[in-house]
Design a protein around this ligand. Structure first.
Ligand SMILES: C[S@@+](CC[C@H](N)C(=O)[O-])C[C@H]1O[C@@H](n2cnc3c(N)ncnc32)[C@H](O)[C@@H]1O
Length: 216
């Protein structure tokens, strides 16, 4: 069932790729990227990951704002990535690779920040994605989750709407983060129903994993 789900999503975004940057949603998404940047705080020479990077607009904007930043974009759709590579103004600082947010092929603790803008709502296994984000983040690193949100809901009652899309309330985001040890730092309204939630990976989680590894 899951493989079919991913295939369907991939086909959907492959079809959308050639017009993605021209249609209204993209104008809206770019306004969101601009708002997001008001809250982004990165160390010098930051190494960042964009999950569901689409045509790579956010990473290009980040690379322009932070001239020593290196970024990796991951997306399910090969067609979206083709557009991202064609429009990459910062190669080799920015690299775009095909993959799933649910199973990242990066070593642990590689990134200073992970971004996900209007993509998380498509993920069928949100807990798995949170676990992967936690794994690849450095201690003190941040996860910037930007997506449409809904008002307060019970932590485990995820609201589904059409096409396998899931929307999360602020407390559900916090719950998902806490399940893998991420600490929620803040929520910010970006535009209309689009909410930014910022998580950080605390030192305690690192010590816990180290302890676990030493006892294996
Ligand atoms: C609406 S677009 C957003 C693109 C970009 N983040 C932006 O802000 O413009 C959603 C993207 O998420 C990607 N996507 C959906 N499910 C995914 C998954 N499980 N893993 C990786 N990428 C995924 C899609 O292929 C698509 O490019």
């Amino acid at each position: 069932m899951t493989e079919n789900f991913f295939l369907h999503k991939k086909q959907l975004f492959d079809c959308w790729a050639s017009t993605y940057d021209w249609l209204f949603p993209s104008v809206f998404y770019q306004a969101i990227h601009k708002r997001l940047l008001e809250y982004v705080d990165l160390p010098p020479r930051a190494n960042v990951l964009d999950l569901g990077c689409g045509t790579g607009r956010l990473l290009n904007r980040l690379a322009k704002t932070f001239p020593d930043l290196h970024g990796m974009g991951v997306d399910l759709s090969s067609q979206m990535l083709q557009v991202a590579r064609r429009n990459n103004c910062y190669h080799p600082r920015l690299i775009f690779v095909e993959g799933k947010a649910e199973s990242l092929f990066f070593a642990q603790e590689q990134f200073d920040a992970v971004f996900s803008t209007i993509s998380f709502l498509h993920y069928p296994e949100p807990k798995q994605v949170f676990a992967e984000v936690t794994r690849v983040l450095k201690v003190g690193g941040k996860f910037y989750l930007v997506d449409f949100s809904v008002p307060h809901q019970e932590e485990l009652q995820i609201k589904h709407i059409v096409g396998g899309i899931r929307l999360y309330s602020p407390n559900q985001r916090q719950f998902l983060g806490s399940c893998c040890g991420l600490k929620c730092v803040a929520h910010h309204n970006l535009l209309g129903p689009v909410l930014l939630t910022i998580f950080t990976k605390p030192l305690t989680i690192h010590l816990l994993h180290k302890h676990h590894r030493n006892n294996m």
